[in-house]
Design a protein around this ligand. Sequence first.
Ligand SMILES: C[S@@+](CC[C@H](N)C(=O)[O-])C[C@H]1O[C@@H](n2cnc3c(N)ncnc32)[C@H](O)[C@@H]1O
Length: 271
Amino acid sequence: MSSDPLSNLETPFQRVIRKNGRSKFKSKSNNLEITQPLTEHEKSKAIRRIHQAKEEISSSNLFKSITVALQKGLKILDKNSVTEIICLGLGKVGEFLTPKYQLAVLLCLSDIHKIEIKTFDPVFTDDDRFILDKFNVKVLSENLEGKYLASPKTVIFFLPHCPKQLTNNILWSNWGLNLCDCILICNSFNKIVEQDTTTNLLKGANYILKIVPHTEEISIENSFKFDDIFNDTSLHVFPVSKLKALPSNFWQFCSEPEYSEEDIEFVKRKP
Ligand SMILES: C[S@@+](CC[C@H](N)C(=O)[O-])C[C@H]1O[C@@H](n2cnc3c(N)ncnc32)[C@H](O)[C@@H]1O
């Protein structure tokens, strides 16, 4: 692949020089940003930083809170283990600190449960894919817009600070008793509903709104030294007893979510 980040692009880009001297390229028409490839030195540094983040996370109260929440969630679901982690919207792991710590959580969970991590984010660069591969994280190639089925059961969906519409799409994909196989670690449903009811923006989250009363939400204590990496994060499970008690018409209205162009919060799959 060419090392020139502009070589395959038809859109006109402008070069922006950052404070740290690195340049990035910003599309004038759709805000898409292309960052200059990392040097070998920068890639090694990023990998070392992730190892360090993993050590910090594994001994932190934050990770304790996550594992306790997961145990509680599994108990509610009457399950012993998870089979896979799917992470959406991690962000540029080679470039930024927040995705490095969020990845560190995934790696610690994967070590404990001996499960594979799969991830997708449309912003991933070749460097991000290279770094993730070094940690045995499988990068998915297709943009499913969050429409993933929990299979094989039981899947942790990790969506750190992701648009609520991606969560809404996961709920739609598993609408029915399949929700018992989903463990969602993402922005707190209660907070989404609270905020959006006051700002009247819930049209992007109708499946979240419907399932909230039948959800067990376990909040993750935001005790980490950087308080903007795991804030407002909760673990959500859907107990089978609650789902089975719902009338059949609860599940009947399950049309695929549609979001208008002006409301859409995620990157759509290419037609
Ligand atoms: C608010 S950022 C969160 C980034 C990082 N996890 C954090 O906490 O700062 C939301 C992320 O969702 C990603 N995203 C947008 N559309 C997506 C899609 N269709 N599938 C997966 N991720 C998507 C964006 O590229 C972005 O990295």
